[in-house]
Design a protein. Sequence first.
Lengths: 403, 567
Amino acid sequence: MSAQRSVVVIGSGISGTAAALAAASSGASVCVLAGAAGATVLSGGALDFEDWATSAPHRKLSDDTERAFLQLDFGSLPDEGVIVATTAGIVRPAAGADHALLDLDRVGRGAILVPRGDHPAWDAPALARCWGASALATARSVTFVALDAQLNRFKDERFLPDAEVAARHDDDARLDWLAERLREVLSRNPGFVGVLLPPWLGVKSSRAETLSKRVGIRCGEAIAGLAGPSGSRFTAARDRAFSKASIGIVSGWATSTRATKTGWRVDLEGDAWLDADAVVLASGGLVGGGLAYSPSAASAAAELPPNAMPTIRSTVMCDAILGAHDEPIGSPSTFFGAQPEAIAWPFARDAWIERVGILVDEFGKTRNTPDGLFACGDALADRPRAWLDAFVTGIRAGRAAAT
Amino acid sequence: MKVDDTRSIDGTFDVAVIGGGVNGTGVARDLSLRGIKVVLLERNDLAFGASGNSSGMIHGGLRYLQSNPKVTKESCRDSGFIQAIAPHLLFRIPFLMPIAAGLKGRIMIELIDAYFRAYDDYQPLKRSKTHVRLSASDLSALEPGIAQKVSGGMGFDEWGIDGARLCTLNAVDAKEHGAALYMHTTVESIARARASSDDQREPHAYIVRATDRITEKKVIIKARYVVNSTGAWGPITATLGGVGSKRVRVRPGKGIHVVFDRRVSNYAIIGEAIDGRQIFVEPWQNMSVIGTTDDDYYGDLDDVVATSEEVRYLVQGIARVFPAIRQARAIGTYAGVRPTLYDFGPNEDSLSREHAVIDHAEDGAPGVYSMIGGKLASYRLFAQEMSDILGNQLAPSSRCTTHEKPLPGGDKVPDAIVLAGENEISPVAGRRLVYRHGSRAKRVLQRLVKKPRERAIVCACEPVLEAEVRHVIAHEMARTVDDVARRTRLGLGACGGMRCAARCGQIVADELGLSPLDGLDQARTFLEKQAKTRVVAMGPEQARQEALALAQMRSTLGIKGPDKGSR
């Protein structure tokens, strides 16, 4: 055996991807365990360190973290941040964005076309009014104008989810058709500096750049709420980056992980296991399924009371300690577990539905376990649930696991 | 009582009705139909309190049969009247009452059978079927989810209704007959008007001062009579009138309901809570609802929220008779406070739901009345009693017509499927629209002729068309996303408003000429309020959804968050 360290990363979302890339570039042999779609796949494409509404979005990444980010070829991270529009009608700042999103700062001042097609979920005039009223847009002298355009190539697209329309735009001929329709509108109504589209620009990779070239002005997406295509584009970018870095993906579910005499073992569903020198838990939070909320009442028979169990646990059984506010979770407050109104937003400052997770040290190593178990991303306690934060913690954990 | 000698008055009316619940809107409608000039002032929205947060039944008062058969008979008769004036708004809820196995159960079944035979006498009054006695195998054939060990049971017939729609229709009808309505307007004082020379024929008049809570605009009203129909807020309103709250006493009883994402049973099923109280799971509109609790409440009436312990109490009780409820997906809760007649001593359940009109002449305020107690099913009768007192003084030749004249949309209810086909909307959307608007669904759809884009579905769960959202803002006095939700059930389905609140906020802003940012703010306020009612019923899967909803809102809308002072 060579002295190369082996690392198993549990989870293939953004933090798992970052951990795998960092561990591989630190020289480890890496295996990623992929379960199913988690929070990353549901994200809209805005890249944040933490909640944009309450903190400054800009922060410089360290050089090697930035290298890893660029290696992924998923989005951009301009020094001054980006300004993006959401399908809920907000214009907001972000540290970076999926390539497909329209960065209003890059478009510059002027009028942006919001095409209105026969797509009931995309209320272009209302969105244009709403974005136009935002402080960020007015400060930049950006205006939005909704104009009719043919956006549906086929009648069935009227009610298709955004991600499915996005998949159709992976096709070159179809993208040409869209560009042609947009050029028609623009030739009748000159003077626009950009085009803001629904979240439709590809699922394998961003089609924004190609569309912009064909239309002649910058085109991009608004951030989707749910079921947008950004998550699919991330997945495709991840697979490309993994194959370049020779990182293997195994699909399956980890049930537990424990220290052995020589390292760590990850038990999988169906009587299989993986052995490694280190394990990174990138298994996600509540949304992704890495953490589970299980009030005793839910599993109880008709007759109560049941036993009082901890209400939040890691779905990968391990000795890592769960906590919030930098402290382990205490015993449940009632027979039935926690009182949800005491833990869940928007009741209290201590809304730990968003904070609870695995407690780690500054290198991402789990507390009170033997060396070699790390955690990152949404699985962590007290972290903002944000894309870039997950990426940064993933890099940190991956690097530590490899050394 | 104080004297208010202001001369700048926004309007002079015969009667000022305070409170936009079912009693207040019922009185406003009744008096307006008699040609009496009415103003209605409501601190929040129509049906904000108990009226919009009840079990949603126009039941016959089965439980009062033992203590007070008169209440049962009146309830049944009035239920029949309500069906006649708003046929589109009522839907049949067949109930099953399983009775436990064992000797006690076999005796109970005979007693209950006899009890229902007595109830059957009143059922024709509300066009309900007589009860049926069911064997254990009948029960499990009708509702396979019922727990096995039963000795049999009863089937009986009740009617469901959307209480918020009932209030809205009463208010709209009052408005169309000349009433002035001020929503989101808090009454701050009620004082005697200084008598002037031209007031010789008037024995008394009152100045009611109020403030619009949204625009902060002052409203000053002069009225000869004042009706306090503010339900659980009754004592507070009486204090504003300077008549003291001593004679306006209610025993506020909080009741909560848990809402599920779909109909989990075909029939309503009655069960028992751990303390022996009767509770139920009922199919209600397009969802299932379990209810209800009854606990003395001394908290903030503007912010009544179910707690997780109340939810567990109900789910635990229903799970004994219908175990699958634990696997069902709870999507929220709602809570209200009953304005029960005051009595010290009895436990909550044995308190009367009867009503009383209190004449404050004795308190030195002639012409001021308080309506205390009451229930949804007999609102019309209570409103009539109040209106008769005022009508005898103001328009002696007039009479009550609220039991004959249909509520808006209650005449000739159209066939929803035909209507949907003609207007190219989905049959489901058509069905729901006709349920809420009856014949006025045609008016809503008339908008599509000029504006075909209003065919777009804003809320997919319910579903609600853009045309309907605009209609309830323009014609039903909705001013916020929350108001639209109350009138259309937008955002009250499985997605909790995540897909529709922002869009609805934009429509409200557009219709009312507000800034788009105000529209977004309304959407946020609505979503946060919904989240608050949702988390208490949260199970394992809902926790994931809750976390996702949170991430989604953070990303696309931004939330005020706990640090920004949102309660």
